[in-house]
Design a protein around this ligand. Structure first.
Ligand code: ADP
Ligand code: MG
Length: 395
């Protein structure tokens, strides 16, 4: 059990926290001192001298004062976990993270939420203490990280990732994340009809440790099950996103989502390679043009050379019914992979993308939609696969 210090004047919140901690509530004490407003460093020292594992600051503490104390604690006592109790807006999150706050909890949080957040930060602290990195190979939920790669733009990656994600969100038991790593010209958001408040560009600007909860603030929900981390608003912002951000995002999401679909830009960029390090599955895509096929072969050779031999490899041929002198069978031979899914040409695909609603929802009976659903089934355990194709993607 962790020792918790609650810096607030709110007796009601103290009561709730006591209930949250249950029978071991002897480990909770309240700190209510003007020093917090007068001298952040002195307050931090005073609090730390009581040897808490976790300090909850607020409610009823002015945000500036709370952040000042949090920052002082972060600098002087990084071993103590600080949770801010305040209205968790995205702006507050950004400021809180810069001050080394581990988590933000709304003042209205119930017993369960309070206990969960204390457990979570305590666990994180223990992990750090034991110097265990989160990607130690122990992956409780066995999240599938599906990285979709094609050598050329216009191949149909985004059509594929948006439809795949929506289909997975409808069919899988757990939540699905979609990350747009086409950092300069990503268009997942328009394909899914989203208006993101925040993007991976904003996330890249946040200094320090990003927590899973913070990360979700930067994602845009679409329905209950799908959460999307959209691409930056401008190419310049895209330039600022480093591989470290991509790694952080994937490490955190793996704990919370059963499927993480990664859309990429053409070829192998720094961001794509960073994502590939975490991938459990690669989806290679091309259409039936000689140049697309040859380029894909080169991409696969490069991936082989880099030693990515763990992830499962899948091969999707888009516009597979185009009569352009190469058959899918010949494509498979040229690329050296068996085809898992063929997506036929369908005007409905382009139309639906333009309307911000993927074809699995807009025209679920179309052959293209069925192909995307069969692609989703590659990533589902047997029992979750529907006995027959069902068309319940309409929103
Ligand atoms: N199977 C398909 N049938 C018809 N149009 C398609 C198909 N796949 C993709 N498209 C269209 O082709 C264009 C490029 O596809 P997109 O998914 O954006 O490619 P990428 O993300 O690889 O650059 C889009 O306008 C998209 O709607
Ligand atoms: Mg794209």
């Amino acid at each position: 059990m962790s020792t918790v210090l609650l810096a607030t004047s709110s007796l009601a919140f103290e009561q709730r926290t006591r209930r949250a901690l249950g029978s071991t509530n002897g480990d909770l004490s309240r700190y209510d001192s003007e020093v917090m407003y007068l001298d952040a460093l002195a307050a931090a020292k005073d609090m730390a001298s009581r040897n808490p594992h976790v300090i909850l600051i607020g409610p009823n503490v002015a945000v500036d004062a709370a952040l000042g104390v949090a920052q002082a604690l972060d600098e002087e006592h990084p071993e103590i976990e600080v949770v801010l109790i305040a209205d968790p807006t995205p702006d507050l999150w950004q400021a809180a993270l810069r001050s080394g706050v581990r988590d933000v909890l709304t003042p209205e949080a119930g017993d369960d939420e309070i206990r969960q957040v204390i457990d979570r930060v305590t666990e994180a602290a223990q992990r750090r203490l034991h110097n265990l990195v989160a990607d130690s190979g122990v992956d409780t939920k066995k999240a599938k990280v599906i990285c979709v790669v094609a050598p050329k733009g216009g191949t149909g990656k985004t059509a594929f990732t948006t439809n795949l994600s929506v289909a997975l969100a409808a069919l899988a038991e757990d939540k699905v994340a979609l990350i747009d790593l086409d950092l300069q010209f990503g268009d997942v958001q328009s394909g899914l009809g989203l208006e993101p408040e925040h993007t991976i560009g904003d996330l890249a600007k946040v200094q320090g440790g990003v927590t899973a909860t913070a990360l979700k603030v930067f994602m845009t929900p679409r329905g209950d099950k799908l959460h999307v981390l959209c691409a930056p608003d401008t190419p310049a912002e895209g330039e600022e996103v480093r591989d470290i951000t991509v790694e952080k995002v994937l490490r955190l999401l793996k704990d919370d989502f059963s499927h993480i679909v990664v859309d990429t830009s053409a070829g192998l960029t720094e961001a794509t390679l960073a994502a590939m390090e975490y991938a459990t599955d690669f989806v290679f895509m091309c259409d039936l043009s000689v140049s697309s096929l040859q380029s894909l072969r080169k991409v696969i050779d490069a991936i082989d050379m880099l030693g990515f031999d763990q992830p499962r490899r899948h091969f999707v041929v888009n516009r597979s019914d185009a009569k352009v002198g190469i058959t899918p069978a010949e494509a498979a031979e040229l690329v050296g992979l068996e085809i898992d899914v063929e997506v036929p040409y369908s005007r409905a695909v382009a139309l639906s993308m333009n309307h911000g609603q993927p074809v699995v929802e807009a025209a679920p009976k179309s052959p293209a939609a069925r192909s995307y659903v069969s692609a989703a089934q590659l990533f589902l355990p047997e029992p979750e696969r529907p006995a027959k194709r069902s068309f319940f993607f309409r929103r």
